[in-house]
Design a protein around this ligand. Structure first.
Ligand code: GLN
Length: 541
């Protein structure tokens, strides 16, 4: 029978609850257990696909085409699993199911109520994952922070599960202990309040993961123990660290794995984190740098820079750099700057490689096209991801094929030279305003042409990669582009759609219609990213 661990957050968001969840999973996995993880997001959006990245952070995509929270990406990276739509629960999804069921008379005349029908649906979704995956441990991360109105029904579901099988269920609170500058001391009071809030929902945490800038000392552990009703050993110190991949190892230093096993009635086990420890060793030891610029637009929120929007791209760059024993130095370049001041383009020469990642809408597009032109002409290794690939095609059409007004119908509806265009079925969806969950999503096969950078990278002639886009390279322009030297290096055989483009006579110029970053893993970096970093290192010399 599966064991369930609920992980909720206290004090504030952004303290690394997702990574903590993934790390707990990693530890249990390394002790020989089969683990899976579920992310619950309390928003009404059915999935993350309709949200702006500045609002939500990256929209992660699974093989089965679920547009979900970036934490699913953390779970996949740490646990080396491919998760599915079942691993992602939102308020929207839960209510949608219950309402549809009610409309179909499946409640047989009963009054359908928020309690118990909503928590019951949550529980049934959690149990479905356990049953389908046959996992020993199902980790369930409840998004948001305890005390929020939004996640109460999910806590209620957790409480109900605990009531029915107390021996199989554990609660972990990931909390934060601030060290206010003017006080200079680590404060436990916000955590005490968070535990009270959890208590009000009928839940007592078994373990508290105490996040802070520095390690949590004995006096603080004692305080948390007394006021939060947990023993001192069950307060896990989780200080800020250089790399998130260190977290499982740090948790184990506090004996977290065996504390969990003991509480849930299982015998202690040794972990095996050898490969993982080697990776951390590399991360810490490498000094030589590789400088990568990302040209995007989802960075700024007020006075702050947001890195969440491109998290999988960032992790993929890091993983591939570590593979080549290099320390990645990643810079954020706002595309719009190049529209205002094209002279500043020459700063791109300071980078060993440039990435233009995915994106939607017109803003920043012309600046990105200018930057791509600069990379093409100056032989700077370039990796274009989805939108980045589409813009590389537009740039090439305009400046090499002489199709001066070439564009994507995403940016110019009535464009005469639509080198990037929607497929008829996508057009129909747009007309009906059916936006949610309707893009080309998830895994598609890709046949790779021989003797290309891609075939070198993959070391084979076929792959499957994840998509999230509406627009495609317009096959009507394929010949023209090819005649001028663009290589169609990857094709989806079923639909005859271009998946990868490359350029001849360039050290590395690759654009992918898919998002390779979604499949990059710390111990198994993505082949195209590895090849890109390799070219970037050559460029350095
Ligand atoms: N906006 C483009 C499209 O919809 C690219 C999407 C992306 O970069 N993920 O096709």
């Amino acid at each position: 029978m599966a064991k369930y661990i609920f992980i909720s957050g206290g004090v504030m968001s952004g303290i690394g609850k997702g990574v903590a969840t993934a790390s707990i999973g990693k530890i249990l996995q390394s002790k020989g257990f089969k683990v899976t993880a579920i992310k619950i997001d309390p928003y009404i959006n059915v999935d993350a696909g309709t949200m702006n990245p500045i609002e939500h952070g990256e929209v992660f995509v699974t093989d089965d085409g679920t547009e979900c929270d970036q934490d699913i990406g953390n779970y996949e990276r740490f646990l080396n699993l491919n998760l599915t739509t079942d691993n992602y629960i939102t308020t929207g999804r839960v209510y949608q199911t219950v309402i549809n069921r009610e409309r179909n008379l499946e409640y047989e005349g009963k009054c359908v109520e928020v309690v118990p029908h909503i928590p019951e649906e949550v529980i049934s979704r959690i149990k479905k994952v356990a049953k389908k995956t046959r996992a020993d441990f199902v980790l369930i991360e409840i998004g948001g922070t305890v005390g929020e109105y939004q996640n109460l029904l999910f806590l209620e579901a957790a409480r109900m599960m605990k009531l029915s099988r107390p021996q199989d269920i554990l609660f972990i609170l990931v909390s934060y202990l601030p060290i206010p500058k003017m006080i200079g001391e680590m404060k436990t009071k916000p955590t005490q309040h968070a535990v009270r809030s959890l208590n009000m929902a009928g839940i007592q945490p078994d373990i508290i993961i105490a996040r802070s800038q520095t390690p949590v000392d004995k006096p603080r552990k004692r305080k948390i123990s007394i006021f939060c009703n947990v023993s001192q050993e069950d307060v896990i110190s989780a200080p800020d660290i250089e790399s998130i991949y260190e977290i499982p190892v740090n948790f184990e230093k506090e004996n977290l794995g065996n504390i969990i096993l003991k509480k849930i009635g299982l015998k202690s086990r040794k972990n095996n984190l050898k490969d993982w420890e080697n990776l951390i060793h590399t991360i810490k030891r490498t000094k030589k740098k590789v400088r990568i610029g990302i040209i995007g637009k989802y960075f700024k929120t007020g006075r702050f820079t947001l890195l969440d929007s491109y998290i999988s791209v960032i992790e993929a760059i890091k993983q591939a750099s570590w593979f080549h024993k290099r320390k990645p130095e990643i810079s954020w370049i706002g595309a719009e700057e190049y529209e205002k001041d094209p002279k500043s383009l020459k700063e791109l020469k300071n980078y060993d490689g440039i990435i233009v990642p995915g994106g939607f809408g017109q803003r920043g597009v012309e600046g990105k096209i200018k930057a791509i032109e600069f990379c093409r002409k100056n032989k700077i290794p370039f990796l274009g991801l989805c939108l980045g690939m589409q813009l590389a095609v537009i740039e090439f059409a305009r400046n090499v094929c002489g199709l001066k007004t070439a564009n994507s119908t995403e940016f110019s509806k009535n464009c005469k030279l639509p080198v990037i265009d929607v497929l008829p079925e996508q057009k129909a969806l747009l007309k009906e305003k059916r936006y949610g969950g309707t893009m080309r999503l998830g895994a598609y096969q890709c046949k790779i042409a021989p003797k290309t950078a891609s075939s070198r990278a993959y070391g084979g002639s076929e792959t499957s990669e994840r998509h999230r886009h509406r627009y495609e390279l317009n096959n009507g322009f394929r010949d023209t582009l090819e005649q001028k030297g663009m290589i169609m290096a990857g094709i989806n055989p079923k639909r005859d759609l271009v998946e990868i483009i490359e350029l001849k006579n360039h050290p590395f110029f690759v654009g992918t219609q898919f998002h390779p970053e979604f499949k990059s893993r710390p111990l198994n970096p993505h082949p195209l990213y590895k090849e890109f970093i390799k070219a970037a290192l050559k460029n350095k010399k």
